[in-house]
Design a protein around this ligand. Structure first.
Ligand SMILES: [Zn+2]
Length: 320
């Protein structure tokens, strides 16, 4: 009951911020420009010439180069400069600090809706202003209880005309597994991780239990692949069975893991990509050899050896 009262009070305190804007609109550091559009469309792999080719753009319905509509938010971004992203006005509490202090320290973006009123063109100088549109009552979510904050960003051009809007929603939540006391946060010595066994991979682990190294084979073209997956990257076939590998291969590449600590493991240990004689590769530990003596090309054979948690894994040792 006291918890409910507290959160109600918090929500009521938060309501005073609804409708607040972040002050003067922030102006973009640069006008909309073709080099930046080119970087964007390269990253998006969007080859539409209306974004970068003057001649093609002139002949299009746009009559000239335009920026991709989805670049709306890009132009007014603060950039990765120290102090470039400030929060709050510095005058009194801001709503984010209030919820943080109440323990709602988690944050996750949940929605982003953009509205475009016109295409942006090179030379446009955008400004953005931000208004806190709403804060939801306390909601139960899978992540934990929290408040949804919805912010409306309004983008205007050099004439002050609105060119677009963005509604952005975040959930500020109290992580469901937050320990009540510091002591509870101290973990017990962790056990070694166990491999997950999804249905597509079950045949592999059943093979391991039977002392077989089973490698998936495409039912269409016969290509071997590992780790197992539903579709052949070579011919797109969804058909597959498996072959039992000879368990012989060579070290194709390897790393010696010194740090960070891995639960249940003794440092250092060697992890190798082993090229199987059958012609596909598999990752595994190299055992029974000092890490400093492992080399690329080292002939190895599979060994079904239990890890520290008792799970038998296909591991690799130098061939006798
Ligand atoms: Zn295939």
């Amino acid at each position: 009951m006291s918890t409910d009262t507290q959160t109600d009070e918090l929500w009521e305190r938060l309501q005073q911020f609804v409708g607040n804007s972040n002050g003067e609109p922030g102006e973009a550091r640069d006008p909309v420009n073709v080099p930046m559009i080119r970087h964007l469309t390269d990253a998006l792999e969007d080859t539409n010439p209306v974004y970068t080719d003057e001649e093609a753009a002139l002949a299009s319905v746009h009559g000239g180069i335009v920026a991709p509509a989805t670049s709306l938010q890009v132009w007014t971004m603060a950039g990765l400069v120290p102090g470039g992203r400030r929060r709050g006005s510095g005058v009194g509490p801001d709503p984010m600090t209030l919820v943080d202090e109440a323990g709602y320290v988690g944050v996750v973006a949940t929605n982003c809706d953009q509205t475009y009123h016109r295409y942006l063109r090179p030379g446009d100088v955008l400004s953005v202003s931000s208004t806190l549109e709403s804060i939801s009552p306390l909601k139960k979510t899978a992540l934990g209880e929290g408040y949804f904050f919805t912010t409306l960003q309004t983008y205007t051009d050099q004439k002050g005309e609105v060119v677009g809007e963005m509604r952005f929603r975040i959930l500020k939540f109290k992580p469901a597994n937050t320990p009540a006391k510091k002591e509870e946060a101290t973990p017990a010595a962790p056990a070694a991780q166990q491999p997950p066994v999804p249905i597509d991979v079950a045949f592999f682990w059943e093979g391991v239990d039977a002392g077989e190294l089973r490698i998936q084979r495409c039912g269409g073209c016969g290509t071997l692949r590992h780790p197992p997956r539903p579709m052949c990257p070579n011919c797109r076939s969804l058909e597959h069975d498996y072959v039992v590998s000879s368990g012989l291969g060579t070290v194709y590449s390897f790393v010696v893991h010194h740090h960070p600590p891995v639960p249940g493991r003794q440092m250092p240990f060697t992890v190798a990509v082993v090229e199987l004689d059958e012609g596909t590769r598999i990752v595994g530990n190299v055992i029974d050899i000092d890490p400093s003596e492992v080399t690329v090309g080292l002939p190895v054979e599979v060994a079904f050896v239990a890890n520290e948690a008792g799970r038998v894994l296909p591991q690799w040792r130098p061939r006798a």
